[in-house]
Ligand binder design. Structure first.
Ligand SMILES: NC(=O)c1ccc[n+]([C@@H]2O[C@H](COP(=O)([O-])OP(=O)(O)OC[C@H]3O[C@@H](n4cnc5c(N)ncnc54)[C@H](OP(=O)(O)O)[C@@H]3O)[C@@H](O)[C@H]2O)c1
Length: 293
């Protein structure tokens, strides 16, 4: 079986390549932006089409314009990368008899719901990133009901720094830490995602939308504070484990509007695969056992 991974240099893509290369009977083809540039949909499709893959193979798209504020600056570029190219690649996969597993985002929701979002909840994106990612989800699923859209949230892992790395790194030199307390969701650990996403390599797992992240819910402040505690417990010399609360509305540098509350309900994934994602605290604790500044 061949697995093509787009965005193979990214936070999630790198983790998939590392783990899936060890799977028996699988050939992983890692595709970077240099080989498949989604900003040019026609060339992106051609870049995937040159690979020899076919019936029973899987293409996983981890590539995206993930700079949420950058998407507000260039709507057209974001649309090409997040929607048009995934649509073309989805149709190419249909022509080859392959499944596309496309990674989506919690930012397709407006964050106004008082419970975790299920796959049936109506999206209402507040940012151009969310709008274009939702267009991508729809392009992919309209190409084939066998394709999968896996929506994740707050991705962290060893291959590229994210929020938890930034807060701990800053605390190595400053005793002042602060993070938004009125925005909640759940982290998604890339090492866990690499295990869970294996489920979608099996044709017996039906196509459609899935929500997938570590379990539990937290604010950026909770997440940051727990990361600092884990860092300290592992001998990382942080100068504080206290995180002052900030309001989302105080984040004047943000260009895009962020949804305030987007925990994802992973019940469908658990019912279909039998896998219950572990709690985000367990994942963060494990991450800091081997963390390097
Ligand atoms: N990060 C989060 O908190 C988060 C939250 C919810 C959903 N997601 C979704 O999860 C997926 C993976 O995100 P991530 O955290 O792994 O992000 P990431 O580290 O920013 O990775 C994105 C990848 O996309 C590639 N890319 C960007 N523009 C491209 C283009 N024009 N053509 C081809 N490749 C391009 C990047 O290539 P380079 O390496 O060359 O830059 C990178 O490999 C994305 O679909 C994202 O929307 C992420």
């Amino acid at each position: 079986m061949k697995i093509l991974i787009l965005g193979s240099n990214g936070r999630l893509g790198s983790a998939l390549v590392r783990r899936w290369k060890t799977l028996p009977g699988v050939e992983v083809i890692a595709l970077t932006r240099a080989q498949v540039d989604l900003s040019d949909p026609e060339k992106a499709e051609a870049g995937v089409a040159v690979e020899s893959f076919g019936s029973g193979d899987v293409v996983v798209n981890c590539a995206a314009a993930t700079d949420v504020d950058g998407c507000e600056r260039d709507h057209e570029l974001a649309r090409r990368i997040n929607a048009e190219s995934p649509g073309r690649i989805a149709r190419l996969c249909v022509a080859r008899g392959a499944r596309l597993v496309h990674i989506g985002t919690d930012y397709v929701f407006d964050g106004s719901l008082d419970r975790p979002y299920t796959e049936e909840d109506e999206p209402n994106p507040l940012s151009h990133y969310g709008v274009t990612k939702l267009e991508g989800d729809r392009e992919v699923l309209s190409a084939s009901p066998s394709h999968c859209v896996v929506r994740v949230s707050w991705v962290f892992g060893p291959d590229k720094p994210s929020f938890v790395d930034a807060i701990v790194k800053r605390a190595l030199t400053s005793p002042d830490a602060a993070a938004v307390h009125d925005k909640t969701s759940a982290p998604s650990y890339t090492e866990d995602m690499a295990v869970w996403l294996e489920a979608f390599l099996k044709p017996s797992v039906p196509g459609g939308i899935y929500h997938l992240c570590n379990s539990g819910t937290c604010s950026w402040r909770d997440y940051g504070e727990y990361a600092l505690e884990c860092a300290k417990a592992n001998g990382i010399p942080v100068l504080t484990t206290t995180v002052a609360p900030l309001k989302l509305s105080d984040m004047k540098a943000f260009i895009a509007t962020r949804p305030p509350r987007t925990p994802l309900d992973t019940g469908k994934f658990a019912r279909i695969t039998g896998i219950t994602p572990r709690h985000w605290k367990e994942a963060v604790a494990e991450y800091f056992k081997t963390w390097k500044a």
